[in-house]
Design a protein around this ligand. Structure first.
Ligand SMILES: [Zn+2]
Length: 596
């Protein structure tokens, strides 16, 4: 009996051990536990990663900041040798750091669930970890928009096919993080930029879900290969795209470029690409000399299909980065060096691009549709039948620069423009200050015809204007900020400070105050001055008559005429509309500045 009892005890012990071992290799994600129907909340996600990190020496859960509502911004780090700080990687040569980000639009959660699956597998499968993390350190942001994520519910995405509940697109402040990379208004983005500049990851992935039309592809992607990134990195990116397209065909998820239809919502109008401006994630990292991949899974596809196709593409990327780590790393460093060298400024720098009219025909795996006219609304809409249809479509993929800038040796910013200076600092731009006042010959702009967008966009009323180049000698006070363009962030600096850049600080409205006239003239003063001015300068009468004849509206407006005279007096403020930022073109002058 005694012996039998011992056997039974041992049997129980073995059974318990087996159960625990099975559990250890079969840690489930909330997505798996729900049979692919659910995505975890913020709290569940944090708790799950805390458990994973506690059990795995490869994984660390940390945070890169705090949201306005007080939530930690999570960063999961996977490294085979437990190198969990940015400083551990600063002198990497044949290794790379990959940053993958999910839930920047918190309702688009497939990246979060795919990342949980991948990190679980890496933590629990040593062979996989040695294959995929040999030359790569993997940073994962499971939820970037943490406050928007907790506006959780079933009605956040009207045509999304799962999960049952999801987060909300924008932040607690109603701002879209994927329009905020360059202007960096949100606390979340400024924390992200701090993390990004600390790690300077060599490759970046941002994961979304999209709609717009029905088609067969579960997953589409976009990369910056059309002129806004360093040429060496662009060539590398085109080769990476080819590798990924082939790998994803093998995995059963053929991809298409993330495109817009030339006529919105009408696939047969043709497919068009674009060059992402730096308000967008991958447009921004391109300026930082780090290639970025935008993933857009198709939200009409079921949730497990979206999660699995994302998992495959991230896994394939890890695999390729391990193979090609040394080459990517040296190209990134070469791009940094090239951007910081005088040669970078030799040619005009493209700020905006336009789509060429040329197109090629491509086969697009679409879904049949018919255009119907609604009896209720009177509007036309496309009824997708669900039948797969390969469409021969015009593909517009060529872009050429439409706005360029002559980049200076340095910019000088008077110290009172504090927000502009803070934004530059947030992007990791090296800033020095004048130790003493300096009289400098600069290039700048005088703006006129300023018009503000009526409706707010991302909390701003963006401004358009015409601009005239101005060369002048100006006294800059001590403390003025000097931005030497011999630095790796020169592309970012140009996009912030060149007024014609599409996301420039001027266009977002950070310099709106320069458009305001603050001194005026009363009628009883100017009317008497007008008499004197006409007496002193007889040619003025002829000039006024000509102006009146050319512009009847002017001729009928006494205040317009008074203003016309006022502008010819020395009391008139000539600084209205003049850009406070100066461009310095002389390297000798930059070299002689007394800086602190
Ligand atoms: Zn999105």
């Amino acid at each position: 009996m005694k012996t039998k009892g011992l056997f039974i005890s041992m049997f129980i012990l073995i059974a318990v051990a087996l159960t625990l071992a099975d559990y250890a290799t079969a840690r489930q994600t909330p997505f798996e536990e729900s049979g692919g129907k659910l995505t975890p909340t913020y709290e569940e996600t944090m708790a799950w990663f805390a458990d994973l990190a506690a059990d795995s020496p490869l994984i660390e859960l940390t945070s890169f900041g705090t949201s306005p509502q007080g939530r930690k911004l999570p960063l999961v780090i996977a490294d085979r040798e437990g190198r969990f700080t940015a400083a551990d990687h600063h002198d990497r040569e044949d290794r790379v750091v990959l940053l993958v980000e999910a839930c920047i639009h918190a309702g688009e959660s497939c990246g979060k669930d795919a990342g949980m699956l991948l990190l679980r597998d890496l933590a629990e499968n040593p062979d996989l970890a040695s294959e995929l993390l040999d030359k790569v350190t993997f940073l994962f942001v499971p939820i970037f928009n943490v406050d928007g994520h907790e506006r959780f519910g079933p009605y956040n995405r009207i045509n999304q096919n799962g999960p049952e509940e999801m987060g909300w697109r924008v932040t607690g402040q109603n701002l879209n993080l994927n329009r905020d990379f360059l202007k960096a208004d949100t606390p979340e983005m400024r924390d992200w930029l701090g993390m990004f500049n600390e790690w300077l990851p060599d490759f970046f992935i941002d994961i979304h879900s999209t709609d717009g039309a029905d088609y067969q592809y579960a997953i589409t992607y976009s990369m910056e290969t059309r002129g806004n990134m360093d040429p060496g990195l662009t060539t590398w990116t085109i080769a990476y795209e080819e590798k990924m397209n082939a790998a994803m065909v093998t995995d059963g998820f053929p991809m298409a470029p993330y495109v817009a239809f030339k006529k919105w919502h009408d696939p047969r109008s043709g497919l068009r690409t674009w060059v992402a401006t730096p308000r967008f994630s991958q447009g921004y990292t391109a300026l930082q000399n780090r290639p970025g991949l935008l993933i857009e899974t198709h939200m009409l596809k079921d949730y497990p299909t979206r999660v699995n196709s994302t998992l495959k593409l991230v896994t394939n990327t890890l695999s390729w980065l391990n193979t090609d780590a040394g080459r990517l790393r040296s190209l990134v460093l070469e791009a940094d060096q090239a951007t910081a060298s005088p040669g970078f400024r030799a040619a005009p720098f493209p700020l905006k691009f336009e789509l060429a009219e040329d197109s090629t025909m491509v086969a697009f795996a679409g879904v049949s549709y018919e255009t119907v006219t609604s009896e209720v609304t009177g509007g036309e809409w496309n009824h997708f039948t669900g039948e797969p249809e390969t469409m021969e479509l015009a593909f517009f993929g060529e872009h050429s620069p439409s706005v360029t800038a002559e980049l200076p040796e340095a910019y000088v910013i008077p110290p009172e423009w504090t927000v502009a200076i803070e934004r530059l600092a947030a992007h990791g731009v090296e800033l020095r200050r004048l130790a003493a006042p300096a009289e400098l010959e600069i290039r700048t702009w005088k703006f006129s015809d300023a018009k503000w967008q009526e409706r707010p966009y991302e909390g701003h009323h963006p401004v358009t204007f015409t601009s005239e180049p101005v060369t002048e000698t100006r006294l800059f006070p001590a403390g003025s900020v000097v931005v030497d363009m011999n630095q790796r962030t020169a592309r970012v600096v140009a996009h912030l400070l060149e007024p014609k850049a599409p996301d420039s600080l001027v266009q977002w409205g950070y310099f709106d105050a320069i458009f305001e006239r603050v001194e005026y003239v009363e009628s009883y003063v100017i009317e008497e001055m007008i008499i004197e001015m006409l007496a002193d300068n007889p040619s003025l009468a002829a000039e006024l008559a000509e102006r009146k004849a050319a512009d009847p509206e002017f001729a009928a407006d006494p205040w317009a005429i008074r203003h016309w005279f006022y502008a010819k007096t020395p009391y008139y403020d000539q600084r209205v509309g003049v850009y406070p930022v100066g461009s310095l073109d002389s390297r000798d002058v930059v070299g002689e500045l007394r800086l602190k």
